[in-house]
Write a protein that binds this ligand. Structure first.
Ligand code: ZN
Ligand code: ZN
Length: 237
């Protein structure tokens, strides 16, 4: 759908919206189930669970950056299934960032909720009778909870006037701020991919994590990064 002349995100059908609503509604139930399993286990609430929670928060932000970087950098938005569903929204977001603010709550948050639900279901298979199992369970569970509002936080970072509490959380650096996210929205869009808390952006930039990954992938596969993103942007300039 194009209202402004710029490409816009696909309108979701009723079936897709119903599925996304189900994924969002299931998330609190799965969080309670996952939390109660840990609480009913004989875990010692020591530094190792605390470190797992901290790592989970960092991992959620890192995961948001990894998915964002992958979608921005590789393959064509015209490829089957993955192209339309995952890659094209990222292409559109670079040339028409304001379109994100138009998306309604379910449409905005459904896909991320589905991924978080799958993680919360998968961790049910982790045994909790040993130290390592407890750590991974707490880390992955925390990362799923922390990642759940990722696209909502991203949408708020594009709003000139988000809700006051959200603005306060942005100012405190608890979640991604508008100013921090604008560092990504400058061609060629190669900085600050992380969009949950934004805490991992500086460390990853400092070690040139994504550039090194691109060099490695190009060396192994011969693929050039951002070819499709550059083509898409030129086509809609
Ligand atoms: Zn991007
Ligand atoms: Zn953005």
């Amino acid at each position: 759908m194009e209202i402004t002349g710029l490409p816009a995100h696909d309108e979701s059908g009723w079936g897709q919206l119903a599925f996304e609503a189900l994924c969002i509604a299931a998330a609190p139930a799965l969080i309670v189930l996952a939390g109660s399993r840990l609480l009913s286990t004989d875990v010692s609430w020591s530094w190792h669970i605390l470190s797992a929670v901290v790592c989970g928060c960092l991992f959620a932000d890192f995961g948001s950056g990894l998915v964002h970087w992958f979608a921005d950098t590789w393959f064509q938005e015209s490829m089957p299934v993955l192209g339309r569903r995952l890659l094209r929204p990222f292409r559109i977001h670079h040339v028409n960032p304001d379109d994100l603010a138009r998306r309604k709550f379910i449409d905005c948050n459904g896909d991320v909720a589905m991924v978080c639900d799958l993680v919360l279901i998968a961790i049910a298979g982790i045994p909790l009778d040993n130290f390592a199992g407890q750590w991974w369970y707490a880390m992955l569970g925390t990362s799923a909870v922390a990642a759940l509002p990722t696209n909502q936080i991203h949408q708020w970072a594009h709003m000139p006037k988000p809700p006051r509490l959200v603005e306060w959380l942005q100012d405190c650096g608890v979640i991604l701020s508008r100013a921090a996210h604008q560092r990504h929205h400058a061609p060629p869009y190669v900085e600050h991919y992380c969009i949950t808390t934004g805490w991992m952006n500086r460390p990853l930039s400092a070690i040139q994590f994504f550039r090194r990954m691109e060099t490695l992938i190009t060396a192994v596969t011969g693929l050039e990064p951002r070819q499709d993103d550059t083509r898409f942007e030129r086509a809609h300039a």
